[in-house]
Write a protein that binds this ligand. Structure first.
Ligand SMILES: [Zn+2]
Ligand SMILES: [Zn+2]
Length: 322
């Protein structure tokens, strides 16, 4: 059985990132978190769209490199923005730091811009086969339709215009109730509600994913149905959406995210998807106090965070930025 040895948080913010454009463009910017994100010491408040890299030891190739499974590739996957004197923390600097040169799979949670607009930037990844000739993508039918509309040339190169050089993908359409395997790791879709369709008021479904026994990851959710909760039981690590203090129509707030943590009681829990209302240091302290009171381990993730998982399940956090 393949095992996960590392989890790397590529992006831990929400759809509009931190710092938020609206806060910095005010005549007299006053948002504490967004201003902090510009400073060197406030770099943990600088957050991109949610994206998590799962690194797996393939049991069929125990001496080989770790296999890389990326969850989501949004607007900020490749973002070359100089904020004050600091780095952008995009794939451009995270991937070389952690020696990521091949994507064994890219799994999409849903068809929103912050989950899939970075697909186009993978052009240089596959161009000329320099890193790899094609990236396998796993996504549900609805997300595939969105990708097809947004990027017709990525689904069928015959739709390309201009020079015709586009990213090369292999699309694998997955179903809500069917698990699939990557590098010997069993992956189970975790269907959750992520708001509604404005016209029909029907729930909009997003897929979280469970990776083997170890990790359940939900990037975007405001409700987890009981049958999905069942599929997450006994996970060692839970990664869950926490947008802000109060609930939002399409995301968990602080208390909803903690309720999920309380119910599942995974050994390690990380919040992602935070908006600019949550300051990293404040959130870390509150969660530490909550963890101590409830015998849990809940922490806010931050962009660049690497969590190593030892063979006995112990986790160690690090980043090159400290
Ligand atoms: Zn702000
Ligand atoms: Zn979304």
């Amino acid at each position: 059985m393949s095992v996960i040895e590392q989890v790397i948080f590529v992006g831990t913010g929400c759809s509009s990132n931190t710092p938020a454009l609206k806060c910095l463009l005010e005549k007299k910017p006053s948002c504490k978190v967004c201003l902090s994100a510009l400073s060197e010491q406030g770099w943990r408040n600088r957050r991109k769209n949610p994206s998590v890299l799962i690194r797996v030891r393939d049991h069929k190739d125990p001496q080989g490199r770790l296999r890389n499974i990326l969850v989501d590739c949004g607007k900020t996957f490749y973002r070359m923005v100089q904020l004050s004197a600091t780095f952008s923390q995009s794939a451009l600097d995270i991937f070389p730091r952690y020696d990521i040169q091949e994507l064994d799979a890219l799994i999409l949670s849903h068809g929103h811009a912050d989950a899939m607009l970075g697909l186009d930037d993978l052009r240089s990844w596959t161009s000329g086969g320099r890193l790899q000739t094609s990236v396998p993508i796993y996504l549900n039918e609805e997300t595939f339709e969105v990708v097809s509309r947004a990027f017709p040339y990525l689904v069928n190169k015959a739709n390309a215009t201009g020079g015709g050089e586009v990213a090369s993908f292999t699309f694998n359409v997955i179903k809500a109730n069917e698990s699939f395997e990557i590098a010997g790791l069993d992956i189970v879709p975790l269907p959750v509600h992520h708001g509604i369709y404005m016209q029909t008021k029907e729930p909009y479904w997003c897929f979280g994913y469970r990776f083997g026994k170890q990790v359940s990851c939900i990037t975007d959710a405001n409700y987890v149905p009981p049958e999905t909760m069942e599929k997450m039981k006994d996970s060692d690590m839970l990664i869950v959406d926490c947008l802000r203090e109060d609930p939002y129509p399409s995301h968990f707030g602080y208390h909803e995210a903690l309720a999920l943590v309380d119910e599942l009681k995974a050994k390690d829990n990380y919040f992602i998807g935070m908006a600019h209302n949550l300051e990293h240091g404040d959130l870390e302290q509150r969660l530490a106090e909550y963890s101590a009171m409830h015998n849990l381990n809940v922490r806010p993730a931050y962009d660049t965070l690497k969590v190593d998982i030892s063979s006995n399940g112990e986790t160690t956090e690090s980043t090159w930025r400290c």
